[in-house]
Design a binder for this molecule. Sequence first.
Ligand code: HEM
Length: 164
Amino acid sequence: MDRVTGQAMNRGNHGMGLNSDRRERHLHDQEVFHTLLRDHDRIQREVTNLPNGIRATTTSDDPEIVKLLHDHVPAMHHRLEENFGLRFWDPAFVEIFANRDKVHMEVTLLPNGVLVEETSDDPNVVLLIQAHGEMINGFVKEGFAAAERQGVLPANYKRVSTRA
Ligand code: HEM
């Protein structure tokens, strides 16, 4: 069991099982975000809250880290679209996947990082998107120490999932 994702790779994911293609992809994604967490002090991030979500710029002076950001963010966007979840022990992540149909994510690769606009027409999902932006701030600030804690959902956020 991976501590950060809570994915039990050999026993499947909530009983659904991961075929070998998905297992390979998850192992790759995991290696990427573990490296981002390890090298968190080489990453800069600025987040602006918008009325309907966030605009976040995440950058690095290190071209190897830029490559990992260019891998991670589109990979996570894709996982959201296809509902290939992770971190099932963390309600903040369960909720983002449960609301994926209401999350619009626009990713722009920059020469030194990524620009992401994540928005929703649903005010409840806007709260969740902003909380996620904060969580990633924590990953960038503290690395693994932050990734081992659950994300904080705002008190006025209404959960939609019954799984967490
Ligand atoms: C230092 C470490 C990390 C960095 C720099 C990073 C960066 C990012 C960025 C830039 C986004 C786009 C949304 C935004 O900008 O707010 C994102 C989304 C995402 N990341 Fe990461 N990430 C890190 C660690 C992780 C970890 C540890 C996980 C899971 C175990 C993860 C899972 C996701 C998921 C599922 C999304 C898409 C949903 C969302 O927008 O929140 N990331 N990440």
